[in-house]
Design a protein around this ligand. Structure first.
Ligand SMILES: Nc1ncnc2c1ncn2[C@@H]1O[C@H](COP(=O)(O)OP(=O)(O)OP(=O)(O)O)[C@@H](O)[C@H]1O
Ligand SMILES: [Mg+2]
Length: 280
C-alpha cells in the first residue's frame, strides 16, 4: 500500500478494494457465459506493468474473449476483473478504453479503405474510425507519423489504407493502437495471414516494442510459438475456456503443456530466443 493513513481522518465511505497499482490486469475466478456456454471459466490471471504476455491456444479456446475482457469490452459473468485499477462492470469504460490499445480482426474490418494511412492512426486519438470534422493538432499528426516510422511504414503515411498489403495494414493497426499512448496493448493474432517475410518483420517490430522499457504492458494472442517475439516474458495457455498453464515463458512453453493445450503430442524447441513446435 502506498499513501499515508491520516490518524483520525475517518470516512463514511467504504474503503475501495485494494488493487495493486502495478497490476495492469487482474482476473480472479473469472467466467464468461454466453447462450448457456462457458467461453471462459475459473480464470485467474495477473499482468504487471513491465510484463509481455503471449496467449496461446487452439481455435475456440477463448483467447479473443480473454482479450475483449482485458480491453473492458466484455463483462465477466462470474468472478472479478480489474483492468488498470478499474473494476470491469462497475466502472464507466469509455475513459478506460482510451488507456488501452487493442487490435482485433473485427476492429480492423471497420477501418475505411479510402482513408489516408496517417488519418487511420490519428483518428484513434478520438476513438473514431473515419476522419470527419475532428480537429487535430499538429502534435497529433507528428505522433501518428512517428509511430508509423517506428513500425517501419512511415513512407506509407500519405497512401490510402485500402492500397496497403495485409502486412502493411497490420503494422498500421498497431500504430493506431499505440496512438493514445496506452498503458496496455492487446494484439489479437497480429501476424495472421502474413507471409514469412511479413511475419518476421512484424516479429522484429514487436520485439523492439517488447524490449522498450517505456512501452505499455503487452498481451499478444497467437496460434504459433514461432510468432513469439524475443523479449516476451510470460505465457498463458488456454483450452476450452480454461487455463492449462501460465507463468514465465521459458517455464511454461514445455512439450507437456503444449500437448495438453493443443490436444496432440507436440515437441517444442528453443533456439536462442525463438521457439518452434511440431508434432512428436
Ligand atoms: N456470443 C457468443 N455466444 C456463444 N458462443 C460464443 C459467443 N462468442 C464466442 N463464442 C464461442 O466461444 C468460444 C471462444 O471464442 P473465442 O473467439 O474467444 O476463441 P479464440 O480462442 O479466439 O479462437 P480463434 O483462435 O479461432 O480466434 C468459441 O467456441 C466461440 O464460438
Ligand atoms: Mg480469436
Amino acid at each position: 500500500m502506498t499513501g499515508d493513513l491520516i490518524p483520525g481522518a475517518g470516512s463514511a465511505e467504504p474503503a475501495p478494494s485494494p488493487v495493486d497499482a502495478d497490476l495492469v490486469v487482474s482476473l480472479d475466478g473469472v467466467g464468461v457465459r454466453r447462450s448457456g456456454t462457458a467461453l471462459l471459466h475459473g480464470v485467474d490471471w495477473q499482468v504487471e506493468l513491465d510484463e509481455r504476455w503471449v496467449v496461446l491456444g487452439p481455435n475456440g479456446a477463448g483467447k479473443t474473449t480473454l482479450l475483449n475482457l482485458a480491453a473492458g469490452r466484455l463483462h465477466p459473468t462470474t468472478g472479478t476483473a480489474h483492468v488498470l485499477g478499474e473494476r470491469i462492470g462497475r466502472t464507466d469504460v469509455t475513459e478506460l478504453r482510451t488507456r488501452i490499445g487493442l487490435t482485433t480482426a473485427a476492429l480492423a474490418e471497420r477501418l475505411p479503405a479510402e482513408e489516408r494511412v496517417r488519418d487511420v492512426v490519428m483518428t484513434a486519438a478520438w476513438s473514431v474510425v473515419g476522419r470527419w470534422r475532428e480537429s487535430y493538432d499538429p502534435a497529433d499528426e507528428a505522433r501518428a507519423r512517428a509511430l508509423l516510422d517506428q513500425l517501419g511504414v512511415g513512407t506509407l503515411a500519405d497512401r490510402t489504407y485500402g492500397t496497403l498489403s495485409s502486412g502493411e495494414r497490420k503494422r498500421v493497426q498497431i500504430a493506431r493502437a499505440l496512438m493514445t499512448d496506452p498503458e496496455l496493448l492487446l494484439l489479437d493474432e497480429p501476424a495472421a495471414g502474413l507471409d514469412l517475410g511479413g511475419r518476421e518483420e512484424l516479429v522484429a517490430r514487436l520485439a523492439e516494442l517488447a524490449q522498450d522499457p517505456d512501452a505499455p504492458a503487452l498481451v499478444l494472442v497467437t496460434h504459433h510459438v514461432e510468432e513469439i517475439p524475443p523479449g516476451f516474458t510470460h505465457a498463458l495457455l488456454l483450452r476450452d475456456g480454461a487455463v492449462m498453464a501460465q507463468g514465465l515463458l521459458h517455464d511454461t512453453l514445455t512439450a507437456d503443456n503444449l500437448t495438453k493445450t493443443f490436444g496432440l503430442p507436440l515437441l517444442v524447441e528453443r533456439n536462442g530466443d525463438r521457439y518452434t513446435a511440431r508434432a512428436a
